[in-house]
Design a protein around this ligand. Structure first.
Ligand SMILES: Cc1ncc(COP(=O)(O)O)c(C=O)c1O
Length: 367
């Protein structure tokens, strides 16, 4: 009789190497309702139509959702002018990023990650037993030449976020096309366009055109930001049919829940609310930048729903600024590890909330 091995259950080596994800701070001692500006959420919130659809979905919670996600896929296709067969919805766009990495990268493969891409892409890469190859963004946006130089015969995928996080800058269309053209056709270009809905720049490309023109580009999008549905966890991807086919094989049948599907469908159709959310965000971003720059704070230009601030003046630093904001009931996100050194990332809020941030940071600098 053979002897069975003994000992503790052994996790996969990649998974054991990882640290659990740390969410942005959400509470402050002694402040009942702090102003949480640490997670790039929408302070405007969802469309009232999305909220109504969410509430109506409560009447059928005993039923499984539509596993084919038909109604939401059709709505997204209609509003964005896309092909519904290439759309898959997920429990947040992070789930879709996970699916694509799981389907295409395995032990020994390389996944090239641009510096300011979403932290979970790294996690899934390592969990798969693949190698994460980090490429710096010295100009604070993806560096096409450096990404192309990092590609080797082992490379399965290149991942970048545009706009990136925590900076909020994007890769212009011409550069994106140059990157795609320079990649071997078997290497997937995973474009995380979580903040695309805020961008109005004419030279911005979220990725749909590249998906349609090639076999190796995947774009992921989310309802967590502009659409204000972060709590429901709903995102979507646009991908070549062969990639969709692979993702369908590992997707759990009801990964997008019924309430999320209903709310997101109403949200994407409410283009008026989306435009309002975008316009207010962008106007506020400009106003905040001007007000903070006027007192000497360095505000990194952003096209997303957050901004990075730094304190070039003597005796002031992000740690002190964070403490001062928190003393005023405001929670920013300090970004040191994995982000630009010594900065604070702050979500854009409603105008009266941004007034509080401006006033607190002015006080901090002038005190
Ligand atoms: C760049 C980027 N990508 C993806 C995500 C994930 O978004 P979600 O999973 O909520 O769709 C985030 C969330 O903050 C993000 O900042």
């Amino acid at each position: 009789m053979s002897t069975l091995p003994s000992g503790k259950p052994a996790p996969l080596a990649g998974i054991a190497k990882l640290a659990p994800y740390k969410q942005g701070k959400a509470t402050l001692n002694d402040v009942a309702e702090p102003l949480k500006l640490s997670s790039n959420e929408s302070m405007l919130g969802p469309s009232p139509k999305a909220l109504a659809a969410y509430q109506a979905s409560g009447a059928s919670l005993h039923l499984y959702p539509d596993g084919s996600q038909q109604a939401l896929r059709s709505a997204i296709a209609e509003v964005h002018g896309l092909d519904e067969a290439r759309i898959v919805c997920g429990n947040g766009s992070d789930e879709l990023i996970q699916f694509v990495i799981r389907a295409y990268a395995g032990p020994g493969d390389d996944v090239v990650l641009s510096q300011y891409s979403f932290a979970m892409a790294f996690v899934h890469t390592i969990a798969q037993g693949a190698n994460a190859i980090w490429v710096d963004e010295p100009e604070m946006k993806p560096d096409v030449d450096a990404l192309l130089a990092a590609v080797t015969p082992k490379t399965k995928m290149v991942v970048l976020a545009s706009p990136n996080n925590p900076v909020g800058q994007y890769l212009p269309r011409a550069e994106l096309l140059r990157l795609q053209a320079g990649l071997p056709s078997h290497v997937i270009l995973l474009l995380d366009s979580a903040y695309a809905d805020y961008v109005v720049a004419e030279d911005y490309e979220a990725g749909a055109a590249l998906v349609e023109a090639s076999d190796n580009v995947v774009m992921t999008r989310t309802f967590s930001k502009l659409y204000g549905l972060a709590g429901l966890r709903i995102g979507w991807m646009y991908a070549p049919e062969a990639v969709v086919d692979m993702v369908q094989r590992i997707r759990t049948p009801f990964n997008a829940n019924a309430a999320a599907l209903a709310a997101a469908e109403a949200a994407v159709r409410d283009t008026e609310h989306a435009a309002l959310a975008r316009d207010e965000n962008n106007a506020e971003l400009a106003r905040i930048s001007e007000a903070l720059s006027a007192v000497g704070i360095d505000v990194v230009p952003s096209v997303a729903n957050f901004y990075l601030v730094r304190f070039p003046m003597k005796g002031r630093d992000p740690q002190g600024a964070a403490a001062h904001l928190e003393a005023n009931g405001i929670i920013p996100r300090p970004v040191n590890a994995g982000g630009p050194e010594a900065s604070l990332r702050i979500s854009v809020g409603r105008p009266h909330q941004n007034d509080r941030v401006i006033a607190a940071l002015r006080d901090y600098v002038n005190a």
